[in-house]
Design a protein around this ligand. Structure first.
Ligand code: SF4
Length: 229
């Protein structure tokens, strides 16, 4: 399963990259342009953040305190993508720092990573009021930024967290209950849908499902599973 990019293409990102190289003083194409070094990924992500600016492209801007861009290692092999910021994220400008964030962090740690070893972002970058799900027009306005972030980070695997991120990136109407646990394709990247961490605040016994999904991702990445349950 894949989807067409809404507004930006790989070519657009390549133009961004070449512009950055030009500013750095290169007058020809660097040999390793298709193996983008981490420092250049950082510059590309910065360019995306600058494009977002003080964004008013959708109605979510009216209630936000901070745009939550996303954070982590631009050179990572693994991205986690949620739905949108909550109150704590809106306050701090950082993704997954509230109660659900603690659950996500414990999963990341159990997988053998530190939080800063992966990249974490959301479908929309501003908090929907009352923590409701983002609406179609809001997703349509914002998703292009995330898609560019994914192109730049170019991870080997993505874990989508919950219905909204899974349905958005895979252009499917299937529920997370139907999708989780099975690898899908997102523009050539292995994508594993799994439950949103907030689900486990109400249903802690269901964490095992997401752990099983995470083990499949670790196996795909060729990383030894240290924790067995
Ligand atoms: S949610 Fe995205 S598109 Fe909407 S205002 Fe925030 S940054 Fe802009």
């Amino acid at each position: 399963m894949g989807r067409e990019m809404t507004d930006r293409t790989i070519k657009d990102n390549l133009i961004d990259l070449l512009t950055i190289y030009e500013k750095m003083g290169f007058d020809s194409l660097p040999e390793a342009v298709f193996k983008v070094p981490k420092s250049d990924k950082e510059a590309l992500l910065k360019a995306i953040r600058e494009d977002i600016g003080d964004c008013t492209r959708c109605k979510l801007h009216t209630g936000r305190k901070n745009i939550v861009f996303g954070e982590g290692d631009p050179g990572t092999r693994l991205m986690f993508i949620g739905e949108g910021p909550g109150a704590d994220e809106d306050e701090t400008g950082r993704p997954f720092v509230g109660r659900a964030g603690k659950v996500l962090e414990s999963l990341i740690n159990k997988m053998g990573f530190r939080r800063e070893d992966v990249y974490i972002a959301n479908i929309v970058k501003c908090r929907p009021p009352g923590n409701r799900e983002p609406e179609g027009d809001e997703i349509a306005a914002c998703r292009g930024f995330l898609e560019r972030q994914i192109q730049v980070v170019a991870p080997d695997a993505i874990m989508t967290l919950g219905n909204v991120s899974t349905k958005t990136l895979l252009s499917t109407d299937k529920t997370i209950g139907q999708m989780r646990g099975n690898f899908c394709d997102y523009n050539g990247i292995k994508l594993m849908p799994t439950y949103h961490p907030s689900y486990f605040l109400r249903n802690p016994s269901k964490k095992i499902f997401t752990w099983n999904d995470a083990v499949k991702v670790l196996n795909y990445l060729g990383i030894e599973v240290i924790n067995t349950k």
